[in-house]
Ligand binder design. Structure first.
Ligand SMILES: Nc1ncnc2c1ncn2[C@@H]1O[C@H](COP(=O)(O)OP(=O)(O)O)[C@@H](O)[C@H]1O
Ligand SMILES: [Mg+2]
Length: 512
């Protein structure tokens, strides 16, 4: 046998409305069944008790009729009738006996068993019926006896003073019919009650829960709002009519409103402190630029002065100048990032990314003559390519910033790969986007860096040690610039193939 599944199968939960209505229906049904059962039993018992009373009365009449023995009979009737059992007083013939009454008289070993049919005629009973009736204890109280073919009976047995047995029985057919009819009416009533309770309950619960749906809708509206970044305000609130604290739903609505107020306030504070930090970074970077420029200027001045400087002083000055230059670049990067963070609008002019790629590869050739640089433009292979093929590689944006992005990617491909590495800069149109990819066959991005490659100051250990001017800001800036153009920058890297892909919406599509 296969083992049973580990946990119970997840059961779909019923809605509150369904459960409330189900509970109401269940209660109505339970009460109806209990009441119906009790009243039916009581009715039946009382009807049977009446039949029993009548049966006892009939039995007593029958007994009296029987006890008018043959002798008394002779006195009353003619001598001709003596000794003929048929002439004996018949328990069923005495006045007052109902239609359906059954009588058995066992006298001197002979048994007479008859019942009174609807026409008033006497009909003989069969042996099985007689046997059932003779088994009734002669205690003068009514006992239930089912008679085959006649139905159910209440039978009373009595003994005459000569110890003859007289059994008289009355049918309970009318009782059964009454009870059956009563049950049918009850079932119909209960069905009606269930229908009314179900419909009424459903309508009522739906109406009562409607405010809850409105509260949920408010919560959903807020949940759909992008809250992660930027200037956000939560303006949605639960309607006043759903915030009445005297109702349960109103309490939920009021609590939700309070919570939304708190969250809104907290978001505003967060936003405020974030922009303070950004302003501080932007101001600080800006302030640092001027003194750095002075340091560089003065160093250069001293270095170029006619007086001969000692060799170590010359070396120290060169270091100061190099570090000051590096720091200027770093400060510029920080300032640019702070501005991009603040969402400063970029310039939006048509920029031909193919031309940018041509320039970037040309610069890279000069800066990294030990690498193998390739440019891959559409239509390059076949000289007769239509002009608009190149025109399709135009985007709307900031020429200077986009150059910076390509410069970052090509300088990464140069600085983080060994000499001899092949680097391909390709530009192509992909649907509504222009895609620029910078692909190298170098060792790839260090695995521990891959997840946070685009974070600020994320750089490989190697780059950190090499005094190569590596800051770890290049890719963060590149991504921020591309994102500000409505595009994306992604990286796929494995040893032997690393590809950075810039994707920016093409100009035609941007302009539309
Ligand atoms: N083409 C590449 N091949 C291998 N590693 C790279 C490549 N481009 C970037 N990296 C890794 O990503 C890090 C982050 O790059 P970047 O943000 O430009 O900072 P930086 O170049 O100043 O170190 C680099 O330090 C380097 O370890
Ligand atoms: Mg870089």
């Amino acid at each position: 046998m296969t083992p049973a599944p580990a946990g119970p199968a997840p059961r779909a939960r019923w809605s509150l409305r369904r459960r409330l209505v189900a509970v109401v229906l269940g209660l109505v049904l339970l009460v109806s069944v209990v009441m119906g059962t009790v009243s039916t039993v009581a009715l039946r018992d009382s009807l049977v008790a009446q039949v029993d009373d009548r049966a006892v009365a009939a039995a007593e009449r029958a007994l009296r009729a029987t006890q008018v023995g043959p002798d008394d009979g002779r006195d009353r009737q003619g001598a001709d009738d003596r000794g003929r059992p048929g002439d004996r007083p018949r328990p069923l013939a005495v006045p007052g006996q109902d239609v359906g009454t059954v009588s058995v008289v066992v006298e001197d070993g002979t048994t007479r068993a008859q019942y009174l049919d609807t026409d008033g005629d006497l009909v003989d009973l069969d042996d099985a019926q007689v046997a059932a009736l003779r088994a009734v204890p002669p205690d003068g109280t009514a006992h239930p006896v089912p008679l085959d073919g006649l139905g159910r009976y209440r039978a009373v047995a009595l003994l005459t003073d000569r110890d003859d047995l007289v059994v008289t029985a009355l049918p309970t057919t009318t009782v059964d019919a009454t009870v059956r009819q009563y049950v049918v009416i009850e079932v119909l009533l209960v069905a009606g009650a269930l229908l009314v309770a179900g419909l009424g309950g459903s309508v009522l619960v739906r109406r009562e829960l409607r405010p809850l749906n409105r509260v949920a809708a408010t919560a959903t509206r807020v949940a759909e709002q992008p809250l992660a970044r930027g200037e956000v305000a939560i303006t949605a609130r639960v309607d006043d009519r759903d915030t009445d604290p005297s109702t349960e739903v109103g309490q939920v609505g009021a609590a939700l409103n309070r919570m939304l107020g708190h969250v809104d306030q907290a978001l505003a504070q967060r936003q405020e402190s974030e922009s303070q930090v950004r302003r501080f970074v932007a101001d600080a970077s800006h302030e640092l630029r001027t003194p750095l420029a002075s340091i560089r200027g003065y160093t250069e001045l001293v270095r170029r002065s006619p007086e001969e400087l000692p060799a170590d002083a010359r070396a120290a000055l060169a270091r100061v100048e190099a570090e000051a230059t590096r720091m200027s670049a770093l400060v510029d990067d920080l300032l640019l990032l702070a501005r991009l963070d603040a969402g400063r609008p970029l310039e939006r002019a048509p920029v031909d990314l193919a031309a940018l790629a041509v320039d970037a590869v040309a610069d890279a050739h000069v800066a990294g003559p030990d690498h193998v640089w390739r440019l891959d433009l559409p239509g390059q292979a076949d000289a007769g390519a239509p002009d608009d093929e190149v025109g399709a590689l135009t985007v709307l944006g900031d020429d200077h910033r986009l150059r910076q992005v390509l410069g970052n990617l090509t300088s990464n491909a140069r600085r983080h790969t060994p000499a001899g590495t092949h680097v391909t800069v390709a530009v192509r149109r992909d649907g509504a986007d222009v895609v620029v990819s910078v692909t190298d066959d170098g060792p790839g991005v260090p695995p521990e860096l891959r997840d946070r490659l685009f974070e600020r100051f994320a750089r490989g250990d190697e780059s950190r040690n090499r005094a190569s001017g590596s800051t770890g800001l290049g890719l963060a800036i590149a991504r921020a610039v591309v994102t500000a153009h409505g595009g994306s920058l992604t990286c796929e890297s494995a040893p032997g193939r690393t590809s950075f892909v810039v994707r920016v919406p093409a100009a035609a599509d941007v302009g539309r």
